[in-house]
Design a protein around this ligand. Structure first.
Ligand code: AMP
Ligand code: ZN
Length: 488
């Protein structure tokens, strides 16, 4: 499998560090608000990556953090703690909103068929891990204490800008408009490992540390949680592209300074979901959530289908029209699968192989999910039994997770129930339909009399009535359980 590695800016052959396990880490949500569907694009594509690794035969251990402390309104350690801001907005405690939005996040994930990682760890659970790392960084001179906070000293590194496909302006997050520069930092890109002082006094969650009572910075959380559960090395680290700098750059700086060796091999970044007016975010523009999609009558899985139709390394523009098209295509796909007969033929692995190989080739090429989706249509057109087609669709869907077989089975049931209802309705009555819409009781009575004659097997009488009507310029056509008539 080839994966694009943001660290080398190349597609590279994926080879795990250990044959028996792929160690995968995902930056989790900051639980101060609902996830928007942009955030969820990242989680959908990371889910596809995890599931495809498993499909390709790798055992995976995937860890994700829940950021419930330390993420400030600016990613460069400025501003207010997002959790505190959320708690104030809702007149609740930080822990109450953390619980509420963590649950809401996993509800959204469930609606989008995103698997829960093997380990989900709230940042507030691992304070000892952060203190251990920061203590060593202090001892080895990579960190310094200034103005009440502990900072990482980026000037101590030979190389800091790992994801250096950013221009100098993008790197200037520390001096972004409306954000004051921190005078305690020795270098512009130094970042906080541990806060004891901040511009706001009412930080809800604090812990004792060798540097005073305080709380961890956001970046140290991911290094600490990853090392706690995955040890000293990592195969794949993922996140949205906005995490590349400064968050992931800082994670690499502190982890490698702490470990004294390379930490993570592959950095996988999902490009943003944008609206027509720019990046989707919680602070500006329409706040699009899974619940809003539902309220507007969309199946959340239509959104997943929409995401899969484009490559994760291309930014994706969300419009309602695009989602409508995706929903329509998704429903049609389900209808076509529902029209298949599960009893048709047997599962022929040999016949399935070339289609499976095409699916793997698409996914092996840096997760080309759009091409993988077209493989579903190849299956529909293939000259193999329906049983084989359904087996293949089920296999592909173990990665794509569009609930295709379940939804098709439901649809098939609905269709069968509908058919039954139609024939029951047809059996219960006898319709006399005038093609022109004319109502004529006399003609209707004659038609019913002919029906009764036929029922009584008096076919001579039935034919006589038809002839009589014909003479009167009325032509009859027998239809299932009724008669249509018209004037000639
Ligand atoms: P947050 O909860 O803000 O920490 O973000 C959770 C995840 O969503 C991170 O991996 C972000 O990089 C990612 N993310 C944020 N905005 C977007 C967006 N518009 N499109 C895709 N991913 C995003
Ligand atoms: Zn992270």
């Amino acid at each position: 499998m080839y994966l694009y590695n943001s660290a080398s800016r190349k597609k590279e052959l994926f080879v795990p560090n250990h044959p028996d396990i792929v160690k995968m880490y995902t930056c989790g949500p900051t639980v101060y608000h609902y996830a928007h569907i942009g955030n969820l694009r990242s989680y959908i594509m990371e889910d596809i990556l995890e599931k495809y690794l498993r499909y390709a035969g790798y055992p995976v251990k995937r860890v994700m953090n829940i950021t419930d402390v330390g993420h400030l309104t600016s990613d460069a350690d400025e501003g207010e703690d997002k959790m505190l801001k959320g708690a104030r907005r809702e007149h609740k405690t930080v822990m109450e909103i953390a619980k509420f939005y963590t649950d809401a996040f996993f509800d959204d994930c469930a609606a989008l068929n995103i698997k829960t990682p093997d380990v989900v760890e709230p940042a507030t659970n691992c304070i000892d891990e952060y203190i251990k790392i920061i203590s060593k960084l202090m001892d080895t001179g990579y960190a310094y204490f200034a103005g009440g906070n502990v900072y990482f000293d980026t000037s101590k590194l030979d190389r800091y800008y790992v994801f250096n496909d950013f221009n100098a302006e993008d790197l200037d997050v520390g001096v972004r408009e409306g954000v004051e520069e921190d005078p305690n930092k020795k270098n512009k890109n130094d970042f906080v490992l541990w806060f004891t002082k901040s511009k706001f006094e009412d930080q809800a969650l604090k812990w004792d540390s060798p540097w005073g009572t305080g709380y961890p910075g956001w970046h140290i959380e991911c290094s600490g949680i990853s090392m706690k559960h995955l040890g000293e090395d990592l195969d794949i680290h993922c996140g949205g592209i906005d995490n590349a700098f400064p968050h992931h750059t800082n994670e690499i700086a502190q982890s490698e300074a702490y470990l004294g060796h390379k930490w993570c091999n592959f950095w996988v970044h999902v490009l943003h979901l944008n609206t027509s007016s720019g990046k989707m975010s919680k602070s500006s523009g329409e706040f699009l959530t899974v619940s809003l999609l539902r309220e507007k009558g969309y199946d959340p899985l239509s959104y997943r289908f929409f995401c899969l139709q484009s490559h994760y390394r291309k930014s994706l523009v969300f419009t309602w029209e695009n989602l409508d098209n995706a929903q329509l295509a998704y429903q049609k796909l389900i209808a076509r699968i529902a029209a298949m007969n599960p009893e048709d033929g047997t599962v022929d692995e040999e016949a399935m192989r070339p289609l499976d190989e095409k699916f793997r080739a698409a996914m092996d090429n840096d997760l080309n999910s759009a091409l993988a989706v077209t493989c579903l249509y190849d299956v529909l057109k293939a000259k193999i039994s329906d049983a084989s087609k359904l087996a293949l669709i089920g296999k592909f869907d173990s990665v794509l997770s569009l609930s295709l077989l379940e939804k098709a089975a439901e649809k098939r049931k609905e269709l069968q129930a509908q058919k039954k209802a139609d024939s029951a309705a047809a059996g219960s009555g006898f319709s006399v339909i005038s093609e022109s819409g004319e109502e004529n009781e006399e003609i209707a009575a004659k038609i019913l009399a002919r029906r009764d004659a036929k029922k009584a097997k008096d076919f001579a009488l039935a034919d006589a009535i038809r002839e009589e009507l014909r003479q009167a310029g009325v032509e009859l056509t027998d239809i299932p359980n009724g008669v249509r008539w018209k004037r000639i």
